[in-house]
Ligand binder design. Sequence first.
Ligand SMILES: Cc1ncc(COP(=O)(O)O)c(C=O)c1O
Length: 374
Amino acid sequence: MTSLPNDPRLSDGRWLRIPGPTPVPPRVFQSMAQPMVPHRGAEMSGLVRNLRSKLQEVHRTDGDVMVWSGSGSAGWEAALVNLCRPGDKVAVTVCGDFGRRFARVAEHLGLRVCRIEAPWGEPVTAELVAATLAAERDVHAVLATHNETSTGVTNPLAEIAEVARAVGAMVIVDAVSSAAAMPLETDAWGLDWVISGSQKAWMCPPGLMIAAVSDRGMQAAARDGGYPRFFWDAEKLAGGMRSGQLPTTPAVSLLRGLDTALDMMLEEGVEQMWRRQADLRDYLRSALIELGLVPYANPAYASASITSVRPPAGMHAARFRDLVREDSGIELATGQQPEAETMIRIGTMGWTHLPEIEATVESIGRVTRAAGAG
Ligand SMILES: Cc1ncc(COP(=O)(O)O)c(C=O)c1O
């Protein structure tokens, strides 16, 4: 079994290199393993207010940031029921499975959806978004997937947001696999609602949904005629985050874990953290190419948080994943439909450093050579 330095292995010896959940640093786990405290007491109130300001720092915003118990999918719904009204028209970027799902959530909620589609492996460009916005009148919001986890493509979010704002549309961003992994400038890019989940680059277990919301977003949430909501009421939660008195019982242990993870991020420095993950992507992609494997995503838009690659010719992705697990204990992900059998996905987000990626490349190399490729 390969020896890895940052190594909280699973009990059966496996090591996660899937695009979430990601490895959790022992320091984060230690901070979670504490007795419960009153959720309305001074300790939690201080923690919530500190958490808010640290989250503002990483999201690059002076606006509201809030944390709900939930997963990334809850973030789609929470964003839409707060910022949209039934029957609003929304334009959704779709270049993979998660954009596809975001569009479906909007349809479930009775929004009028127009899809802005690009082939898998390619980005939805700002030009495509601009063309749709020129053809469609009265688009209330653009729903953009920043990083498409199913293909390993990062969409050009700053440019997309610019064309959306030029026609007065709100910008709702699925940043589930981009927040804390790559440049994401909530205020400078004019993003109105930024969704993410604790199990990705935030270095925490699953269970928290995080949302950064602009002033414009909070104003939209306060309009009459919106969706009925109670748990997903952003105004109520934003007020609670400011005062430190949350409206419902929060996931105390997970909030403690996130607070510690944020300390680690700020100790490293936000820009250094982004750079580290981009460097890992660059190292991994060129090593895979050297092994004779074929990366999937358009190289100009290749993600810093997840790298997608074709398995060796003639081998199914699930078989390749199983062989790598047998070889090293390293757990890769296969693709999602329709690329389930034809794509391997490797996570580089969160608590990940060069030695783990080197070990991953070595294991992939052994399996690839044994398969007669590379
Ligand atoms: C880009 C993106 N959006 C949304 C989701 C859904 O998040 P969850 O599975 O936490 O509900 C995921 C999950 O991987 C994702 O990668």
